[in-house]
Design a protein around this ligand. Structure first.
Ligand SMILES: [Zn+2]
Length: 313
């Protein structure tokens, strides 16, 4: 039975733990005449779990009137086309990420393909991602910072946090002071359910990530709700935001120290080092590669590094 985590806000289980080994929760909000689903899961989620979870509440997918994507990662938007097919719901998502949300190839190329020398998807991994992403559909409502979600009876405020992905948004339910932070408050990462390795934090721009985290600290909220973990009290939520900021400082110091020591550094080398020395992240992966690139870019902006390109030998 879905838990009511605040008045009129229900937490729905998903199939993601079985498919990818990580927790993932979706949330449905009763907004009077409207029924709002926050995030869509992967392509299999709506029919495998969201539908049955809503049935426990006496509802169905057809009752949804608005689906919101917090950002363009497969586990938050893969269910869009199925939800569109099975309901009349409009789709609302960050304006900045419409390009990724409406085109799988652009997303794969720009997110996973940023550093081919460090990370190259093999055909199997590519197929797996495309499977989770499903068919793309058009975004009906483009969301910008400060907007209210387009529902009349409940103020749900959009806050652009950016960082984790370029247009990532948080949503504040002003009535219950519940802050949906989705993937933006990542601490030092989190363990996979089988206890093998940890999933590293993911961000594509250091300053945008830290600015977004600080914006969340300024908000009045009673509970902080992450997509991949348990609901946190305001105190615990603030601690986790602080821990996320500390992590960024730690990686930046590590980057500067390693570059000083070695004199030259590739994204691949730095990502491998972050992925083994700063945490048990299994070395090279999307998260560590994007983090490495983000910190080297910041170091270059600060005058502490000079980017160079080499002819491959
Ligand atoms: Zn994400």
């Amino acid at each position: 039975m879905p838990a009511e985590i605040a008045t009129g806000v229900y937490r729905l289980a998903t199939d993601y733990p079985h498919v990818c080994g990580l927790p993932l929760w979706l949330h449905v909000i009763d907004a009077g005449d409207e029924l709002v689903l926050l995030d869509a899961g992967i392509s299999s989620t709506p029919e495998s779990t969201t539908g049955p979870e809503l049935a426990e509440l006496g509802l169905g997918l057809a009752d949804l009137t608005l689906v919101v994507n917090s950002h363009a990662h497969p586990d938050h938007m893969g269910g869009n086309s199925v939800l569109k097919r099975l309901s009349q719901a409009r789709l609302a998502a960050p304006a900045t990420e419409a390009g990724w949300l409406e085109d799988n190839e652009t997303l794969l190329k720009e997110l996973w393909g940023s550093d081919p020398a460090a990370l190259d998807l093999d055909p199997g991994e590519r197929e797996e991602l495309l499977q989770m992403l499903g068919e793309r559909v058009r975004v009906d409502v483009l969301l910008r910072d400060g907007d209210l979600l387009p529902v009349a009876d409940r103020p749900l405020r959009v806050i652009t946090t950016s960082g984790h992905s370029p247009g990532h948004i948080a949503v504040l339910d002003e009535r219950t002071r519940t802050l949906f932070a989705f993937d933006d408050v990542q601490g030092r990462g989190q363990p996979f359910l089988d206890g093998s390795v940890w999933l590293a934090p993911l961000y594509t721009d250091v300053e945008r990530y830290t600015t977004g985290l600080r914006r969340l600290l300024e908000l009045d909220f009673d509970a902080l709700v992450p997509s991949h973990g348990d609901v946190l009290t305001a105190d615990r939520g603030r601690q986790r935001i602080a821990q996320s900021l500390e992590w960024v400082s730690e990686v930046h110091e590590h980057t500067a120290a390693l570059l000083r020591r070695r004199r030259s550094l590739t994204v691949r080398e730095l990502a491998g080092s972050i992925g083994t020395e700063l945490g048990d992240f299994g070395g090279l992966c999307l998260q560590t590669v994007r983090m490495a690139r983000a910190h080297l870019e910041l170091l270059a902006r600060e005058g502490g590094a000079e980017p160079r390109w080499h002819h491959p030998r």
